[in-house]
Design a protein around this ligand. Structure first.
Ligand SMILES: [Cu+2]
Length: 293
């Protein structure tokens, strides 16, 4: 290879690296705000994947475009190219690089998953935690336990500590949350995009789910598993607030008499049946809670 070509390839690789790193950084802006400690980890992993993906994509398309533009056969030249076969070194290199890359990605993903520690502490211990790099500085005793009941088509949140029920999920910021996810009928999915967290809720089974909200604000909980006719209405607000505001909200909600909450599925269903309608499971009655929204 001519020195000029080698220099060009080196320059191309450097430019590619720079552009890929930049695209990786840009990828952070493709997401909702980072409202949980886990979202920071997930976005880091995603940016890493985007960087590697951009490098491979641009590297390959760059070579393709170069070949098409500069190595084009002359018009009416239908002859075959030179027959090149057998280069053990090259084959070892192009096998080893993807293998190493796949192991690197797998190792890094698993490390992020461990840091998230979204499972209950017992399970986490058995998964081989104890590297001491959990994302939170929260001690074990300050875990906030909240029950989540999903049904066709409503979310109900119960705070066992103060016996409050709500159709809006209130969470104290910077405290470890442990949800006990339950379904009264079919499979639902607990999904808060701003937290980058998603967990299936399997009927007849309580699923522990842990995370740490870190940013105050109102976010949206959605159902990530299609659960029937009014699936799209199965949403709820998630309010992350300071621990003081959270405690105030709890004691305020506790004083309130339980009332039926507005439920979009139930209300649409009553309006629909008089018209043509469609076959559907009858929505659960609007949940009766201290804090309806
Ligand atoms: Cu659902």
């Amino acid at each position: 290879m001519k020195p000029r070509n080698i220099l060009f390839l080196i320059a191309y690789a450097i430019a590619l690296t720079g552009i890929s790193l930049w695209i990786g950084q840009v990828s952070y802006s493709w997401f909702p705000p980072q409202a949980s400690a886990e979202s920071v980890l997930i976005d880091k992993l995603f940016a890493f994947l985007v960087t590697i993906g951009a490098f491979i994509f641009l590297g390959i398309t760059g070579v393709m475009i170069y070949s098409v533009v500069f190595q084009r056969a002359a018009k009416y030249d239908f002859s075959d190219g030179p027959h090149i076969e057998g280069n053990v070194t090259l084959e070892i290199v192009w096998t080893a690089i993807p293998i190493l890359l796949v192991f690197w990605l797998a190792g890094y993903s698993y490390q992020i998953y461990q840091q998230m520690a979204i499972r209950g502490p017992m399970e986490v211990m058995h998964l081989g935690m104890g590297h001491g790099d959990t994302p939170t500085v929260v001690e074990e005793q300050s875990i906030e336990e909240i029950e989540v009941i999903s049904k066709q088509w409503a979310w109900v949140f119960r705070y066992p500590g103060s016996n409050v029920t709500s159709t809006e999920l209130h969470l104290p910021a910077n405290r470890r949350i442990r949800l006990a996810l339950q379904s009264e009928d079919v499979l639902h999915g607990f999904y808060i995009p701003a937290f980058r967290l998603k967990q299936d809720i399997v009927p007849n089974k309580t699923t522990d789910f842990e995370f740490t909200p870190i940013r105050e604000g109102t976010y949206r909980l959605r159902d990530s598993q299609f659960s029937g006719t009014y699936f799209a209405t199965m949403q709820a607000n998630v309010v992350v607030e300071s621990p003081e505001a959270y405690e105030n909200w709890l004691s305020e909600a506790k004083k309130r008499q339980p009332l039926p909450a507005y439920n979009q599925a139930a209300s649409e269903y009553t309006q629909q049946t008089s018209k043509t309608g469609w076959p559907t499971v009858v929505p659960a009655a609007p949940p009766v809670v201290n804090y309806p929204t």
